[in-house]
Design a protein around this ligand. Structure first.
Ligand SMILES: NC(=O)c1ccc[n+]([C@@H]2O[C@H](COP(=O)([O-])OP(=O)(O)OC[C@H]3O[C@@H](n4cnc5c(N)ncnc54)[C@H](O)[C@@H]3O)[C@@H](O)[C@H]2O)c1
Ligand SMILES: CC(C)[C@H](C(=O)O)[C@@H](O)C(=O)O
Ligand SMILES: [Mg+2]
Length: 346
């Protein structure tokens, strides 16, 4: 099995290195090919997503992605910025369904920003649409007739885009506790009204799943008030981006949340939900567990290696149970030492 390794920028290479060590230690027998992406690729090749990197991503059985984003690239034109690489990969490969599991490991209740009794209820998946929404609508800067600068980004979804992510949401819920909460802003946005209408239509195919709807502002509050009420959330690209960072702190740290970006085939891109964290890059402070858990998702969803995925997830739980903590979790362990702890638990 060929894995495209795209470490990217900042802490990306640091966390990817630990995931590769864990995959090797688990005896997965994978072949890795590495390619530059993001700011690193811009600096080396003049483009954040070089054709050779996209080609590797297309050839590989799965993609393991670190993070992109480099403050030195902030002044570039938008199409050359590092973040375009991850947006481009998701779009070019048609990876529209982003599964972001939010789970509290048994030993991490003390790291959650919620009271431990509330935090213990967290076990949900955020199913985030990845190929549409305000991310991919027409966008530009222009000057108004009054001479004012104006920026705009068009938010849109067509019903086909909503229907396919709704199916992902219902199928994810069906395989879990059978509860799906669709999150939108239908009280204000036409995009969201269409979203809600189509989700209700798709629900007819899933009579075994209990569907509810929630406005996104309320959802943000409810996730921190009582996360146990959620099984699966399905939502659009922007709302899912924001809610998943918010939910991560309920589970202890943004360094804990993995993700899978999937199409309808077995191909997938796996990445932590966090970014390149320039504030801690190069200091060994990054928590690699989100990336290690992303690698486990890759084994499960793309490589048909569920047993190895289970072992890696159990090893993460074991490392945490043994007291392993990076600084984001209130400890002092460095990135490689956390990798060591997972390998020891394996
Ligand atoms: N998928 C991606 O590649 C992705 C995702 C989010 C942000 N970004 C990019 O990353 C750059 C930085 O963005 P940001 O600061 O808003 O978000 P970020 O997720 O990089 O960091 C937010 C905060 O969380 C901390 N953090 C993140 N990951 C951590 C980890 N594994 N262990 C410990 N602490 C961790 C950081 O130190 C920082 O304080 C930007 O260029 C942004 O566009 C990329
Ligand atoms: C870097 C950025 C484009 C990206 C997004 O908004 O999707 C990130 O925040 C994420 O969550 O993967
Ligand atoms: Mg994000």
């Amino acid at each position: 099995m060929l894995i495209a390794l795209l470490p990217g920028d900042g802490i990306g290479p640091e966390v990817i290195a630990q995931a590769v060590r864990v995959l090797d230690a688990a005896g997965c027998g994978l072949t890795f090919e590495t390619a530059p992406v993001g700011g690193a690729a811009y600096k080396a090749a003049g483009h954040p997503l070089p054709a050779s990197t996209l080609d590797l991503a297309r050839r590989a059985d799965a993609i393991l992605f670190g993070a992109v984003g480099d403050p030195e690239c902030d002044a570039l034109e938008r199409h050359l910025r590092p973040e375009q690489a991850i947006l481009g990969l998701r779009k070019e490969l048609g990876l529209f369904a982003n599964l972001r599991p939010v789970k509290l490991f048994a030993d991490l209740a003390d790291a959650s920003t919620l009271r431990p009794d509330v935090a213990r209820g967290i076990d949900m998946v955020i199913v985030r649409e990845l190929n549409g929404d305000v991310y991919f609508g027409e966008k530009a800067m222009r000057t108004t007739p009054e001479g004012l600068r104006e920026g705009y980004d068009v938010m849109s979804y067509d019903e086909g885009e909503v229907r396919r992510i709704a199916h992902s949401g219902f199928q994810t819920a069906r395989a879990r506790r059978g509860k799906l909460c669709s999150v939108d802003k239908a009280n204000v946005l036409e995009t969201s009204q269409l979203w809600r209408d189509v989700v209700i239509e798709v629900a007819a195919d899933y009579p075994d799943v209990a569907l509810s709807h929630m406005y996104v502002d309320n959802a943000a509050m409810q996730i921190v008030r009582d996360p146990a009420q959620f099984d699966v959330i399905v939502t659009g690209n922007l709302f899912g981006d924001i809610l998943s960072d918010l939910a991560s702190m309920c589970a202890g740290s943004i360094g804990m949340l993995p993700s899978a970006a999937l199409d309808t085939s077995s191909k997938g891109l796996y990445e932590p939900i966090h970014g390149s964290a320039p504030d801690i890059a190069g200091q060994g402070k990054a928590n690699p567990l989100a990336t290690i858990l992303s690698a486990a998702m890759m084994l499960r969803y793309s490589l048909d290696m569920a047993e190895a995925a289970d072992r890696i997830e159990a090893a993460v739980a074991g490392a945490l149970a043994s007291g392993a903590r990076t600084p984001d979790l209130g400890g002092a362990m460095d990135t490689a030492a956390m990798g060591d702890a997972v390998i020891a638990a394996l």
